[in-house]
Structures are given as C-alpha cells and as structure tokens.
Write a new protein. Structure first.
Lengths: 519, 442
C-alpha cells in the first residue's frame, strides 16, 4: 500500500478515549491507515510519502457542525448585516453602500434588524429606504424572520396580497414598509425566488473558506421549510459533488415522498414544533416574564405531529424536529415514544433540535428513547447575560436552567454541537468555549465532553461514527491541527485557539502553519 | 375616444390600436393619476410636486408643461377629440366625454352595488369581469414617493373590494346550485392570495353542500399540506372542525361493498399487454415494507414516464379520495409539461369537483385524462394500498383494463397486517392478467 502522507511528532487526540494520545498518522488516499507512535508510523512510509512534522501541535478529528443553514450563510456574506447597527442612519448608509456594490444580486437583503437595538426604537420606513435606494428592491429581515421591512420597489415586485392583513400603516394611512407574520413569510419566499443558484455558487468559495478555516469537515445543513425556501434544499442536493467538505442535508419538509425520492435517510431539521424565546413563541408552561398573556405557541396539534412522526419512523427515516420550550419538548417526546412503540423501532436516533429548556424528567425520557440532542451552546454566550434576551423573556429563575449540558451528558445522552449559522457565527471553538464556560456553572461540561460534541457525537448524530468522528484506522482522513491543546489550556482561552490546518479526506484545504514542515 | 385600462396591465387604446408604448413612464403615471381621480380639474402645482418632487420648482413646472404638451401631441396623432386642455396657467382639465376608463366603470358599478340600488347577480358579474387584474399591475415609477403611496392605497382598496365581490358572487352561485361557477370565482382569489384560509373554507363548504364530499376532503388535505409547507401551521380550528364533521358524516353511512367484479379483458391482446404491468409488494414485516418503499422510491421521474404517487400518508381514505389524489398529481403534469392541454384538463376536473360523482362518468373521464390527454408513459405508485378506499380500488381496476394508448405500470405496496378478503380478491383478480407480478416476503 502506498502511504501518501505521514503526520508525525504531533499531540494527537484521537477522541476514542479521553486518555488516548498518539504521535503520528499514516494516510493513504482518503483514509487513515495507521495511528500510533512516531517510529512505528514512520516505518510505513513509501518513497513518495509527504512527511509533515507537526512539532507537537495538537491534532483532532475534523469538526462536525451538526445544525447550520449553509445557503443562508452564503447569503449572509452578500447581505447587509444590521445586527450591530445602532441607528437608522447607519442602516441607510449600509444600504447606500451596498447599492453601489451589488454584483449580480437582484436585490439588497439585510438581516438581523431589530427595533430593540436601534436608538430610535423603531424600524426604518419604506420612504426612508426609498430615499437612498429608489430603484433597487430592498428587504430587511428581522432577527427571528417574522418581520420584514421593504422599500416601495420591493413592495411592488413582491405583490403581497393586502388581504393577508400583514401591512403596517402610519397615522397618515401610508404603508410604512413593515410587513409581519403571513406577509413576511411570503416576502421572504419571493426574495429567495429572485436569487438564482448561480449567485450562491458564485459566493460559495468564500463561505466554504470561512467554514474550513474553523476546522469543519462535515456540515449538517438544515434547509427548506417555511422560514426559508425548498430551493435551498434542492441547491444542496444538486451540488453535493462540488462541495470541498461533506455537506449532509436535513430537508425541512413533512413530505416523505420528497425525501424518499431524493434518497435521503433523514427528514426534518427545522420543522418548528414551537418557536424561540426571542419571538415569545417557544412553548412554555408558565407565561413569559415580559408578557404575562403568552405561554408561547405550538405549531402542530398532537395528532398531526404524531401522524408525521409515525409515518417517517415507519419508513425508518431519522427525524429531527425543533423544540425549545418544555411544552413542545413534552409533546415531541410523547410522539416519538408512541411511534417507536407502535412501529417497534428502537435505534432510529431521532433528534430534538435546540432542547433549550428541558425539565429533569424530559432529560430522562430523552435518554430512554435513545434520542440525539442537537444543541447550541453559543446561545448561552450571546443571550444569557444579565438583562439579555433569556433574562428578559423568561426571567432569572428559568434562564439559569437553559441548556443544562452537564446534566444531559452525565445521563449518557449524545449531544451534537451546532452553530445555527447564520443566526450565530460558525465557530466551533467558540461553541466549545461556550459549553465549558456557561454562566450557569452547574451546566458547564469538561473540555473533552465539549470536543466530543463536535467530533464523534456529530458523527453519531447522523450515523457516520463508523467512518468519521475519531482518528482511527480505516476512518476518513478528516483531520485538523490546532494552535494549542484545548485539554491543557485554561478554559477561558479556548475561544482563542486557531485552526492551523484542515484536511478533508486526505486533502489539505487550509494551511496556516507557516509552510508545512517536511522532514 | 381613447380607452384607458388601469385594472391589470396598463393599456392605452385608440381605435382598437394599442398605443401604450408611445408614452413614457411619467406620461402614463400622470395620465393615470389625472384620469383615475374623480375630479375633472387639477392644480399644476400639485401635479408638479407629485411627479417631480425632487426637482426645483421651476424645473418641475417645466417638466410638467413638456409632459402635457407631449401627451397632447400623441393624442392629436390618433384622435380628433380633445383629451386634455388647460385653463390658464394653473389648471389642467380632462374632457370626460372623450375618454373611456375601466376604473370609472368599476367605480360606477361598485357604487351601484354598495348603495343597494342593484345587488343582483348580474351586477356582481359585471364588477368581477371589469377587474382584469390588480390596479396598475406591473407598472412602477422609481422615486415618485407620493405617486407610489397613492398607487399602493388604490391597489389595496380595489383588491379588498374585489375579494368581497368574488366571495359574494361565489355564495350566490352556490345558493343557485351552480357549484362549478362558484368555485371558479373562488379560484380567481386563490391566484391572488393562495394562503387565504377563508377562500378554502368557502370552497370546502360549497363542495360539501353540493354533495361532493370527496372534493371537500381533497381540498382540505391540499390546504393542510400547503399551510404546513409555506407557513408551518395547521388549518384554523374552524376549518378543522368542519373537516371532521364531513368525515363523521361520510363514515356514518353503511359501508358499501365493492360490487365491481374485475374480469379479464377480452381485448387484452399481446401488444396491449406489453404496455401494462402491475406489481404487488406484499409483506407484514415493517422492515420489508420499508425496503419495498425504498425500492419503489428509486424510480426517478424521466422524460419518458410520469410518476403518480398516491396513498403515501397513512389513514383510511373516504370514497373516491384516491382518485382525487391521482388528479392532483396529474395536475402537475399539465402545469409543467403540457400546458397546451391544461385548459381541457381544468375543464374536466372542474366539472368533476363541482358535481356529485357517478362512477362511470368519473372513472371514464379520469381514464381519458390519463390515457388520451397525457402523452407519456405512466407509473402509478400506491404506497399504502391497504388504506385506499373501495371506489378508488375499483378505479384502479377500471383504469388498468381500459388504458389503450399509453404504457402504464402500477406498483402497489400492501401491508399484509391489514389485508382482508376484499383485498385478496382484488389481488387475485389481477393474477391472471398479463403483466402481473407479485413479490411476497414473510
């Protein structure tokens, strides 16, 4: 057998067991053929083997991001980011700048706008946007996607029926440009229909480069559904062969024949059983702290949810459903349990996405059902500070119970780590930092458990643990090299660790080692 | 006489000749604003501000003057009558008697209807027929804030009233037992607002009222799929309750035994039989059934064959429901692959959905759609045959035996846990047919 590459003199964390450390890896083609001490691996070298001296740098299996939105992430690189804007004039400046630099985009898309964070405490109006961009369609989407702001040209092009009753008017009976709820969904769909696959393809390299530099070699992307567009899922399916890393699709549809026709082994992803805390539609048992009249919302009736789960389970599809609040989690657990019992299925590894505010009992039930939980530790970083979103929406006493990773992992449940890009940035080390440094100390997990979330657990989460997730013989050569050892370094510095090299199936995609060292 | 059309695509017609292309965007905008408002005189200052608000005053006036001159020039080329003239420096006037405006006709009819002077079916039909589309559809002028504000408000007002008219019209047609016409009116609204549940509720109600329960159920199920896909919601409680009422009403009737006895077709010549294949996949083991599903699912849609999938979701179907699932699948064919026959297809389906079904009429028409109108080989996949209703089962027999022109393959998955004497009889009746095969696993 010809050995193509040998990485040696490294600190290799195989992720097979916590204590296991190796020194060298031999790679042939796309596979790892041997892992061990320097001397034994170097003995395997062929005449033309590339020898890469790691100089004791730490090596890990390539990261999994187990829940992101790849197409939206591509789009966010060509969109205006309103998230950090502090005033309406800043937003208008961003629009004006983008107007002169649109490339082949047919419209200007802005994401993450929030009237809460703007100093005027309101959204920009249609007329204000018209003044800076009268002849280009402009659509700004709120953080949780339930509201959009459009200019006149976009309003004309989208032609949303007025009978949706989604349009806001001002005191002079003029349309402000703010469209909510049903109209907002329609506007977003129309926007996505205007953006061709070519635009995504033209901007794919930049996004992939960002992902690869974060050490991600498998991206589990959630596409389609009501908040996005089924075109996005089709884009992934049609371009699977050109992605430099593995892109696995969760298609957010309840249409099983679509899934079977596409040859997919899994269904769902962002099928929303409830919403989010931010939108006050995550389903709680007790009212929101800042809205005593609301306990959130369930988007399915129980029998409808069960019908979908039972059918999919019976077809042996792995199911993933979004459930944030405890009322949603309960309904989902009930349906999974009943379906698996009636269909006599057991190892489906059905998933719950988010699982943000579970009770102790719900954690135990998830364990009994052998579910996989796809969780987003980074939410704790962005939204859990004093006075921040969790605190405001659900109050202190409940917010300290969010994302209880330690409790979940101690009970033996597999947790797959996710970024939820482009809601939050793609940054696995940031996710690991978040999981180990949660504000709630009782929820913090060890660095090794956090690393598992983004390696072997990610692989397990989509039935790929036989070929990925650890550094082991006969597994794919998906390997990354880090600037520091995450096990040794102080936890507060985890987010500062850089990925120096990313290898996918034996091919080096990213290298900032300062030139590979050959010996 | 010049004719102006503002409802739908903007058009200006003189002596039956379309002269719209001769006018610039500002020309058309100004004309529309002047003609659409119910006043005969306009102040120049207001018009200048509306269309040239980002110009200096003198330039705006100058532009207005030029535009008026340009309009008169074009009109003079085509008409002997005066359309626009001025009174002094400040006022512009329209000669009403020399213009015909669809919007004015709409306003006249709607005022008559609203005032109660005439609330007959006839006037509603006239109002409906006058509305050829949304106000100034496809027409837009950049950076004319005031004008755009006015257009959006007009558009909203007209669209909302059109909705009311169509709903009223549909109700009257339904009261007169003209269900097909009733649903035609509601379908026009679906084209504008495809996620509006009140429209579907009306359709379901009228279909049910006419005795066509299966069409009502079919409409509900399509609505449910659509709302889930687009908005991630279920139909409203009101619609769901009505749907359950229909189902209760359906299943309280005595079960009607399938009396259609399939016989070997004496005209089933070897040549014809090569065109037909029917395969049953039978098992009571869920893993085997899943493998059957995967095996059948591998079939991708090609240019040579068209896939029709029915009975994918669990749940017993009411009578004829499976046939309606076939019709829904066939709809896509005419929508995407053969638009030339779509009108005929729509016509047949409309008549089916708006009347109570008589078996032979229904079976024959649907067979004709599949065998004659569709110019392609057909593959029908029945994913959960055990849930299919008895009438649709009869139809499958009928279809298989009466297809003459197109090739047909039928793939049927049967969960043996549900099998009964009737199903056994159905399978057995095909066993002597050419093209039959059966895959059974234990």
């Amino acid at each position: 057998m010809n050995i193509d590459k040998i990485l040696f003199n490294g600190n290799i964390i195989t992720m097979k067991q916590e204590s296991e450390r190796m020194e060298a890896i031999a790679i042939s083609g796309d596979k790892i053929v041997a892992v061990g001490k320097n001397s034994e691996i170097l003995n395997l070298k062929s005449d033309n083997s590339e020898l890469i001296n790691l100089y004791k740098k730490t090596v890990l299996p390539g990261f999994f991001d187990s829940h992101l939105h790849l197409v939206s992430t591509i789009l966010s690189n060509i969109a205006i980011n309103c998230f950090e804007a502090e005033s309406i004039s800043e937003i208008l400046e961003l629009i004006e700048a983008k107007k002169n630099n649109m490339g082949n985009m047919p419209l200007i898309y802005g994401k993450g706008i929030s009237d809460f964070t703007l100093k005027e405490k309101r959204f920009p109006t249609r007329r204000e946007i018209d003044l800076v961009a009268p002849n280009v369609p402009v659509i700004l989407s709120s953080i949780e996607f339930h509201t959009v702001i459009v200019n006149s040209y976009a309003m004309h092009l989208f032609n949303i029926p007025f009978t949706t009753n989604s349009f806001e008017k001002d005191s002079q009976n003029r349309f402000t440009g703010k469209i909510s709820n049903r109209g907002s969904y329609i506007a977003r769909k129309k926007m996505f229909e205007m953006i061709s696959d070519k635009i995504y393809l033209d901007n794919l390299d930049k996004t992939m480069s960002q992902i690869i530099k974060k050490g991600i070699t498998t991206a589990v992307t959630v596409e389609g559904g009501s908040l996005f567009h089924d075109n996005h899922a089709d884009f992934i399916l049609n371009n699977r062969n050109i992605f430099p890393i593995d892109v696995e699709l969760f298609y957010s549809t309840t249409n099983t024949s679509k899934i079977l026709g596409a040859g997919l082994p899994r269904i769902g992803g962002d099928i929303f059983l409830d919403g989010s805390f931010r939108s006050q539609n995550a389903a709680l048992y007790e009212p929101y702290s800042d809205n005593k009249n609301s306990t959130g919302f369930l988007f399915f009736k129980r029998d409808e949810l069960f019908e979908f789960i039972s059918q999919s389970d019976n077809l042996r599809l792995q199911i993933a459903i979004h459930a944030v609040g405890p009322r949603a989690i309960d309904m989902l657990l009930d349906c999974y349990e009943q379906a698996m019992r009636e269909n006599n299925t057991s190892n489906q590894r059905h998933r719950i996405e988010h699982f943000e505010l579970p009770t102790e009992k719900q954690i135990l039930r998830a364990k009994e059902l052998n579910l996989v939980l796809a969780m987003h530790p980074t939410y704790e970083l962005y939204f859990r500070g004093k006075g921040d979103m969790y605190d405001t929406r659900i109050g202190y006493e409940r917010s300290i119970l969010t994302n209880p990773l330690k409790d979940i992992i101690d009970k033996g449940i597999t947790v797959a780590g996710c970024s939820d890009s482009d809601v939050l940035p793609i940054d696995t080390m940031l996710g690991i930092y978040a999981a180990t440094n949660q504000i709630n100390e009782n929820a913090r997990i060890s660095t090794y458990e956090a690393l598992k979330m983004y390696t072997i657990n990610g692989a397990y989460g989509i039935f790929q643990e036989d070929i990925k997730g650890t550094i082991d013989k006969n597994k794919l050569a998906d390997i990354i090299v880090l600037s520091s050892d995450p096990i040794v370094i102080k936890k507060e510095y985890l987010k500062d660790i850089k990925v120096l090299l990313t290898m996918k199936s034996g091919k080096i995609l990213h290298n900032s080692l300062g030139g590979l060292r050959y010996d | 006489m010049i004719e102006f059309k503002f409802l739908g695509t903007y058009k200006i017609i003189s002596n039956s000749v379309d002269i719209t292309h001769k006018f610039s965007l500002k020309d058309k905008g100004l004309l529309c604003y002047i003609l659409a408002n119910n006043q005969y005189t306009f102040n120049r200052e207001k018009l200048a501000n509306m269309f040239w608000d980002n110009y200096k005053r003198e330039s705006a006036y100058s532009n207005l003057r030029y535009t008026i001159w340009h309009l008169r020039k074009i009109f003079n080329e085509h008409e002997n009558d005066i359309i626009i003239h001025s009174h002094g420096k400040n006022v512009i006037e329209i000669e009403e008697k020399n213009v015909q405006i669809d919007l004015r006709e709409w306003q006249r009819l709607t005022e008559t209807y609203i005032s109660g002077k005439d609330n007959s079916l006839d006037i509603l039909k006239k109002i409906s027929n006058t509305y050829n589309g949304d106000f100034l559809k496809d027409f837009y002028i950049y950076d004319n804030l005031e004008f755009n504000d006015w257009v959006f408000n007009m558009k909203e007002r007209l669209q909302r009233f059109y909705f009311e008219v169509q709903m009223d019209l549909a109700k009257i047609y339904s009261d007169n037992n003209e269900i097909r016409e009733s649903i035609n009116q509601l379908n026009k609204l679906i084209k504008i607002d495809p996620l509006n549940e009140s429209i579907y509720y009306a359709i379901i109600k009228y279909q049910y009222k006419s005795g066509n329960k299966v069409a009502a159920v079919n409409t509900y199920r399509n609505l449910k799929l659509l709302l889930r896909k687009e908005l991630n919601i279920s139909p409203s409680d009101k619609i769901q309750e009505f749907y359950h009422h229909i189902l209760k009403d359906e299943f309280k009737e005595d079960f009607v035994e399938n009396t259609y006895i399939p016989v070997k077709n004496p005209k089933n010549t070897p040549n014809e039989s090569e065109k037909k294949k029917i395969t049953f996949f039978v098992s009571e083991d869920s893993i085997c059934l899943k493998k059957f599903h995967q095996e059948i699912a591998k079939q991708a849609r090609t240019n040579k064959e068209y896939l029709i999938d029915i009975c994918q979701s669990p749940g017993k179907r009411i009578n004829y429901e499976g046939i309606f699932e076939i019709l829904d699948e066939v709809h896509d064919y005419f929508e995407h692959y053969d638009a030339s026959r779509k009108l005929e297809y729509d016509d047949i389906v409309s008549s089916i959905k708006s009347s109570s079904s008589i078996d032979y009429y229904l079976f024959n028409n649907v067979t004709q759609i599949i065998d004659v109108y569709m110019k392609t080989a057909i593959i029908i996949r029945i994913w959960n045959f055990h849930f299919l209703d008895s009438k649709s089962t009869d139809f499958i027999s009928f279809l298989y035996r009466n297809m003459k022109y197109n090739e047909i393959q039928i793939k049927i998955i049967v969960d043996e846990k549900w099998i009964n004497e009737r199903m056994n009889f159905f399978i057995e009746s095909f066993s002597k047919e050419n093209g039959f095969s059966q895959i059974v696993t234990i």
